[in-house]
Write a protein that binds this ligand. Structure first.
Ligand code: 5GP
Length: 121
């Protein structure tokens, strides 16, 4: 499917430095920062710096260097946030996933038991 990227989204603005963020880790191709409305004691968003709408777009179009860098950033967040007792990694995509921000991001949640994976309905 075609993935059309809209660079007015809020994470594109964060990447351009137009709005602030609380950075957890930054690398050549990726940025990890605190979610503004945390759903758990640890709630970090990991995003690629490239213009990818969602997970499937990123997997199809990002270079191997970008994908490796992204995965290493996720690992670094897990290490920095001391998530040895566990965590959940979530990527919401498009309408059925209720994705709000159309720039690929992985939620890393932890710091407490997170309950069941999906709420009913
Ligand atoms: P989605 O529903 O697209 O998977 O999640 C978007 C996430 O981005 C939400 O958890 C929301 O709290 C977070 N978010 C939205 N706007 C901002 C912002 O301006 N700064 C930060 N740090 N997080 C944001």
């Amino acid at each position: 499917m075609a993935h059309r990227y809209d660079d007015s989204n809020i994470f594109a603005r964060i990447l351009r430095g137009e709005i602030p963020n609380r950075t957890v880790h930054e690398s050549e191709h990726s940025l990890a920062f605190e979610d503004i409305q945390p759903q758990a004691p640890v709630h970090v968003l990991v995003i690629p710096k490239g213009a990818y709408v969602g997970l499937d777009h990123f997997l199809a179009a990002a270079s191997e260097a970008e994908q490796l860098d992204f995965n290493r950033t996720v690992a670094e967040v897990i290490r920095l946030k001391d998530l040895g007792d566990g965590f959940r990694a979530i990527s919401n995509a498009r309408a059925h996933g209720l994705q709000e921000v159309p720039h690929y991001h992985l939620h890393i949640l932890g710091g407490r038991s997170l309950g069941r994976m999906l709420a009913e309905g």
